[in-house]
Design a protein around this ligand. Structure first.
Ligand SMILES: Cc1ncc(COP(=O)(O)O)c(C=O)c1O
Length: 391
């Protein structure tokens, strides 16, 4: 294990932890020439992840965004359909909705736990949608409402019980974006087990990494087969180069999967390390007046992908930006939450529903270093800086 800080003593927000077998397994790929997207590590990585999450099938992809794109395709989401999605998220799941020609409808975050607000979701479906000839239609746009993408942000779960009840009541497909939350639990089950299909990311800053990579998990055999087909250029006859459909070059390589296998082997240890760091931050930062600590919902077991705090109510965007600048100058890597997507230029004309909490969270939130390899000395430096800057 190596300390997280770089040669200048700067502590980044999230760095990978390479414990050892990554070298061995990647060397095996290089030694045997199995470097591309066919190879035993791809199968092993898929099997290990499916077993870890508790899913019947897993399909490895080049990244989490591709996993989301293909999930929407296999779920049959079509051009001009609508998909309800969290506004407080990294932009990838929303872009994926547009890749298939569908439209996002943005749902606000709820203020206490920062995830998709199930009460607003319920109100939107009851008041803003109607059934027409057996199809759920958005009254404002006249389009079919087909799916929900709850994004489990920061390593914490969305409130899946009410979300799944609503999805069942309204016949909506649920695609979980669990890219930031591998290993997090809700009501006794791991994320990725609630929706019809779910996606993970193994980008360099994620809990485990393959450099870049993603995974689709589902219990639906047909969808898994189709995801495998679409991600490998939709090859119907690989000898004759015959393709019945337009496919994608979205499969993970064996080299990347080799890294993934080594990372899954230590996943539980990495999660435990992050939970320990989060507990220490909770204890130490509690005394800073006005600060809101990262909340944990009852009956959940978060993985604290990015430990995030809220500055006091009423903090302006400028004050938050200045604070992040100061922390970074002090060598404590910090950054804000994502700008709520409904306010970004490509999505400004899309429907957003009763936005309120997400902008306030964006104005006040700061994510601080929480790599699994963060040493106690580095943790103390972060705590001291935060106390000095915010106390
Ligand atoms: C919520 C969310 N969805 C999707 C992605 C996309 O994953 P990738 O970077 O592997 O494409 C990310 C992050 O990277 C993310 O944070």
């Amino acid at each position: 294990m190596v300390a997280s800080s770089d040669n200048n003593g700067f502590i980044p927000l999230a760095v990978p932890e390479i414990r050892g077998n990554e070298w061995k397994y990647v060397k095996e790929c290089l030694d045997t020439n199995w470097v591309s997207s066919v190879g035993s590590f791809v199968d092993r990585f898929e099997d290990m992840l499916a077993e870890y999450v508790g899913s019947k099938h897993a399909v490895a992809t080049v990244n989490g965004t591709a996993a989301l794109h293909v999930s929407l395709l296999v779920a049959g989401i079509e051009p001009d359909d609508e998909v309800i999605v969290s506004t407080l998220t990294f932009v990838a799941p929303v872009n994926a909705i547009r890749y298939v020609g569908a439209w996002p409808v943005f749902m606000d975050a709820e203020p206490d736990y920062w995830q998709m607000d199930p009460k607003k979701l319920e109100r939107f479906l009851a008041e803003e949608c109607q059934w027409k000839d057996g199809v759920l239609v958005n009254k404002a746009s006249g389009r079919r409402v087909r799916a929900i993408i709850p994004v489990h942000v920061l390593g914490h779960p969305c409130d899946m019980t009410p979300i799944m009840e609503l999805a069942n009541k309204y016949g909506l497909t649920v695609i979980e974006d669990a890219t930031e939350s591998l290993g997090a639990g809700y009501d006794g089950r791991l994320l990725g087990r609630f929706g019809d299909i779910a996606c993970f990311s193994f980008n360099g800053n994620k809990l485990i990494t393959t450099g870049g990579g993603g995974m689709i998990v589902t219990d639906n055999q047909e969808w898994a087969d189709r995801a495998r087909y679409l991600t490998t250029q939709a090859k119907d006859d690989p000898i004759e180069y015959y393709h019945n459909e337009i496919g994608y070059n979205y499969r993970l390589t064996n080299i990347q999967a080799a890294m993934g296998v080594a990372q899954v082997e230590v996943l539980d240890e990495l999660i435990e390390a992050k939970r320990t760091i989060a507990r220490r931050y909770d204890e130490e930062l509690r005394s800073i007046e006005g600060l809101t600590l990262m909340p944990t919902q009852p009956e959940t077991t978060p993985v604290y992908w990015l430990y995030t705090i809220l500055m006091s109510p009423g903090t302006t965007l400028e004050e938050r930006k200045e604070t992040i600048k100061t922390l970074n100058q002090q060598g404590v890597g910090s950054r804000p939450l994502w700008h709520p997507i409904h306010g970004l230029p490509p999505y400004a004309d899309c429907q957003s529903y009763q936005m309120d909490a997400s902008m306030d969270l964006y104005n006040r939130a700061i994510s601080i270093p929480c790599s699994s390899g963060l040493t106690e000395i580095e943790q103390q430096r972060c705590i001291d800086s935060l106390k000095a800057v915010l106390g």
